[in-house]
Design a protein around this ligand. Structure first.
Ligand code: M6P
Ligand code: ZN
Length: 187
């Protein structure tokens, strides 16, 4: 950077859609066909259009993955919907570097942040526009859309946190967020 220069930022967040624009941005999508063994009712998942979008993630990765001391920023948009009676949700993960924390915050829509500690105690926090969630170290996290509109949430995590999906793939969370008589319950 040049001394005394006044510059535009290299990235921006579109105020309505929360889409990220600019440098060092990655975009990924998860469709029904990508989410095998994520939901309890695998037979129900197989009846849904495989190309149906469940969620997409955009992230600003200004430093190389694994760099100590850096931060990443992400926007996740989860579509409304269910597989059987289980809300559309993210895969969920622990951090590979287990002692790394993360912030999530609600931007648009209604949802639930599902958290599980290393002893497999599972609980949830309601997400809504303006909700702020500090996810401590060693806590697995996933988000479900409990509303009828897209759920948008922001995230900020250390660039050396990494993702540990294996544990969730093998063991799952110890509870699932299900819709029962029109309301969400952890079961
Ligand atoms: C947030 C961050 C990302 C994560 C994304 C989707 O944006 O925590 O690191 O990838 O949510 O969650 P998952 O990867 O568990 O599906
Ligand atoms: Zn995380």
């Amino acid at each position: 950077m040049n001394h005394l220069s006044i510059n535009y930022p290299t990235v921006s967040v579109e105020p309505e859609s929360w889409f990220l624009e600019g440098k060092n941005i990655t975009k990924s999508e998860k469709r029904i066909k990508d989410l095998g063994n994520v939901f309890a009712n695998e037979a129900a998942r197989q009846l849904i259009n495989p190309d149906l979008l469940v969620y997409n993630v955009q992230a600003h990765l200004p430093v190389k993955e694994g760099t100590p001391g850096g931060l990443y920023f992400g926007t996740t948009i989860i579509q409304p919907g269910k597989v059987g009676n289980e809300y559309f949700m993210t895969r969920g993960h622990f951090h590979a570097n287990a002692d790394r924390a993360e912030y999530y915050w609600g931007v648009q829509g209604e949802g639930m942040l599902i958290l599980m500690d290393e002893y497999r105690t599972t609980w949830a926090e309601k997400m809504f526009p303006g909700s702020l969630h500090y996810i401590g170290a060693k806590i697995a996290h996933r988000v479900a859309n409990t509303g009828e509109t897209p759920l948008i949430f922001g995230a900020c995590w250390p660039s050396d946190a990494g993702h540990n999906y294996e544990e969730i793939e093998l063991q799952g969370f110890s509870a699932r967020l299900l819709e029962i008589e029109g309301k969400p319950f952890l079961k």
